[in-house]
Design a protein around this ligand. Structure first.
Ligand SMILES: C=CC1=C(C)c2cc3[nH]c(cc4nc(cc5[nH]c(cc1n2)c(C)c5CCC(=O)O)C(CCC(=O)O)=C4C)c(C)c3C=C
Ligand SMILES: [Fe+2]
Ligand SMILES: [Fe+2]
Length: 336
């Protein structure tokens, strides 16, 4: 029989919060991007094509051509602290830790690549967290993002003998604290611009249109965030016209429309001279906002005749964004 004093030390009684975002390459190089895309695009939640048909396309075409192109995009936005998505997520965890204090341990993980969900879950458990809130930082739910985090979490839990109790943060696309934070932040950024935009374009990451017909709530949740936000902004900035679009089309299937690049060109061609673009579906700036919107989006608008272009930043680790995260997290930790 095992004597009590030979049982391994097992700290317990703490609460953990694990912030999770998508994942990003380790370096802005083609080999690193290839490793990242190989994992990301092998997830059946992301590519809903039978593996027998998809694998030859992925390995024979996409992973031979896309990494160099994407690595160029990443190299244009890379920071001293690495990929913007990882640097900002780390800052968010640090800032939230300060707000929540010693009672709660805050950490962060990425769905693809590192730091991984299994690794950080185990680390929290070893620090004595036997109750853990998993917080996917996607305001709008989609199978490709939120559900994929839960799949990975399930995999990680499967390998644990002594599992922590788990709660998960629901999508917060219409949470009053989220919409209010976006309103405050975007209005302040618009007011600080050197020009007065005629249009604010809310650009969300796209999804294959088929997922909407299969019952994924993503499109409806994006539309609701956009409606709530534009209703609030209309009270403050009555002359601003707010439009919605979907960016980052991938592959040949039909994606949600209207597409951001098409809207930017159409607006300019129709005479809009001054535009601001925001991405309220992203909790942190990343290659999609900093390269696709801020660099390529500007080119698309200017080439079609537009004059003044600005991209507004995501909530990131700004106090207003962290205050909102604190509200969401405290709500979910109630009773723990
Ligand atoms: C915000 C929600 C996101 C949804 C929904 C989403 C769906 C989705 N994405 C792809 C393909 C790619 N996305 C890429 C980057 C990327 N996507 C999101 C978020 C969502 N994706 C983020 C935050 C990022 C940025 C990561 C970073 O490192 O900064 C990429 C990689 C970049 C590139 O090569 O263009 C791909 C590919 C699909 C197919 C999809 C839905 C099915
Ligand atoms: Fe994506
Ligand atoms: Fe993109």
């Amino acid at each position: 029989m095992l004597r009590p004093d030979t049982h391994p030390a097992a700290p317990v009684g703490r609460i953990g919060v694990l912030l999770v975002n998508l994942g990003t390459p380790e370096a802005p190089t083609a080999p690193a991007v290839r490793r990242y895309l190989a994992e990301f695009l092998s997830d059946p939640r992301v590519i809903e094509i039978p593996p027998l048909a998809w694998k030859p396309i992925l390995h024979g075409i996409i992973l031979r051509t896309r990494p160099a192109k994407s690595a160029h995009a990443y190299s244009q936005v890379w920071t001293e602290k690495g990929s913007p998505l990882a640097a900002i997520t780390s800052d968010q965890a640090e800032a939230l830790q300060e707000r929540l204090g010693e009672d709660v341990r805050v950490d962060w993980a990425m769905r693809y690549g590192n730091p991984s969900i299994p690794d950080r879950l185990q680390a929290l458990k070893e620090e004595g967290c036997d109750r853990i809130l998993i917080a996917p930082l996607y305001p709008q739910y989609s199978g490709a993002t939120t559900a994929s985090v839960m799949d990975k979490l399930g995999e990680a839990l499967k390998g644990m003998r002594w599992q922590p109790a788990i709660r998960t943060l629901p999508p917060y696309y219409d949470h009053p604290a989220h919409v209010a934070a976006l309103e405050e932040d975007l209005a302040a950024e618009i007011e600080a611009l050197a020009f007065v935009p005629e249009v604010l374009l809310l650009s969300f990451h796209g999804m294959p249109e088929r997922t909407l017909h299969l019952g994924d709530p993503y499109h409806c949740q994006c539309r609701k965030t956009a409606r709530l936000l534009s209703e609030r902004l209309a009270r403050r900035l009555p002359d601003l016209r707010v439009e919605t679009s979907f960016q980052s089309r991938f592959g040949r299937a039909k994606w949600l429309e209207p597409a951001t690049d098409v809207v930017l060109a159409k607006e300019a061609a129709a005479g809009t001279k001054r535009i601001a673009v925001a991405a309220p579906g992203f909790s942190a700036d990343c290659v999609e906002t900093l390269e696709e919107l801020a660099l390529r989006g500007r080119e698309q608008f200017e080439e079609a005749g537009g004059r003044d272009f600005a991209t507004l930043t995501c909530l990131n680790a700004k106090p207003i964004g962290i205050e909102m995260l604190e509200v969401l997290v405290r709500q979910e930790l109630g009773g723990w």
